[in-house]
Design a protein around this ligand. Structure first.
Ligand SMILES: Cc1cc2nc3c(=O)[nH]c(=O)nc-3n(C[C@H](O)[C@H](O)[C@H](O)COP(=O)(O)O)c2cc1C
Length: 310
């Protein structure tokens, strides 16, 4: 049934174009009881940093209408533990592992990319847009020059495909996308979370320990589809679309907007097996519409979609 879903992206063979978004699916292994991990196009693993991080104090997650706010603050065991312990363990699942990295300097991104240039890592995703950490992060994601410098630093240190993850917290996502393509990014993923805030009206205080957090889930989907649609007109490198995908129909919207693959994030929290349902639904959609492959959908709703190079 998955034959129509098979795709090759950045030279990576994917059984389906359905991936999981960083920070919402652990290292994949936590979901092994619910999901055939090898059926996913890839698992974008938890944001990884050079040193281990404890993350933020206080309340880190709160529900919002049709979504959630989080301020995890990139809690992770650090790249050495990932390489020595996690990677050998998750290799057994036969999934494409895409490592999401975060640095506080341009050089740190290069160093992480170099350390992760090892067998078992399919690609590297640069998180230049985490709104929940004080240093680095957001600065790189809102300035085309800084984001380009991060891409160049990663590319100079790895032979792996490098995916730049775009922030929606910018006025001109297209300018960012064009800049990072020019700097050598192999693909763009979008969107990261939208900066948001919630106030407890009884305690008269912000709900989140970090005061602000990243908004995700179905409520952000129209923003994500709009940004994918705009960026698809501006660049030739492939796009991995994400933001609020919770069904096969949602995913189809992203393909029509110009994404070559999609990633599922917050929906994994409400249904840990949702990605399998989305794969089944996509295959059924193609069959019902007489389409042989997902490629026939990509960019179809986008009159400005640039053909070639994808
Ligand atoms: C709890 C949580 C943790 C996240 N951690 C990361 C992260 O470490 N790195 C990153 O690039 N994005 C992170 N994200 C953003 C997601 O990967 C995704 O871009 C975003 O949530 C939009 O997709 P969704 O609406 O399907 O969740 C996180 C999101 C959530 C909800």
């Amino acid at each position: 049934m998955d034959e129509s879903l098979h795709t090759t992206l950045l030279g990576i063979e994917m059984k389906t174009p359905v991936l999981t978004a960083s920070g919402t699916f652990g290292f994949g292994e936590e979901f092994a009881d619910f999901v055939d991990l090898s059926r996913l196009g890839g698992v974008m693993v938890k944001g990884t940093t050079l040193k281990p991080r404890r993350g933020n104090d206080g309340v880190r997650i709160t529900e919002t209408p049709q979504g959630m706010l989080n301020c995890i603050g990139l809690e992770n065991p650090g790249v050495a533990t990932f390489l020595n312990e996690t990677l050998p363990r998750i290799a057994a699942y036969g999934m494409n592992v895409i490592v999401n990295i975060s640095g506080s300097t341009v050089e740190e991104y290069g160093e992480l990319a170099r350390l992760l240039d090892v067998p078992g890592v399919a690609a590297i995703e640069l998180n230049v847009s985490c709104p929940n950490v004080k240093e680095g992060g957001i600065v790189f994601g809102t300035d085309p020059e800084a984001a380009s410098a991060v891409v160049r630093s990663a590319k100079a240190n790895t032979g792996k495909p490098v995916i730049l993850k775009l922030s929606p917290n910018v006025t001109d996502g297209v300018a960012m996308a064009r800049a990072v393509e020019k700097a050598g990014a192999d693909a763009i993923s979008l969107i990261n979370t939208l900066l948001g805030m919630q106030i407890d009206i009884e305690r008269c205080q912000p709900v989140l320990g970090n005061v602000t957090g990243g908004l995700s889930g179905p409520c952000v989907k129209p923003v994500a589809v709009r940004m994918v649609w705009q960026v698809a007109q501006a660049v030739r490198i492939p796009i991995i679309g994400m933001g609020g995908i919770a069904s096969a129909e949602d995913a189809v919207e992203f393909f029509l907007a110009g994404a070559s693959a999609v990633a599922v994030g917050t929906a994994n929290f409400t249904d840990p097996a949702i990605t399998m349902e989305i794969c089944d639904g996509l295959a059924a959609y193609l069959e019902n519409h007489g389409l042989k492959s997902i490629d026939e959908l990509i960019g179809k709703a986008n009159p400005g979609f640039l053909k070639g190079g994808r």
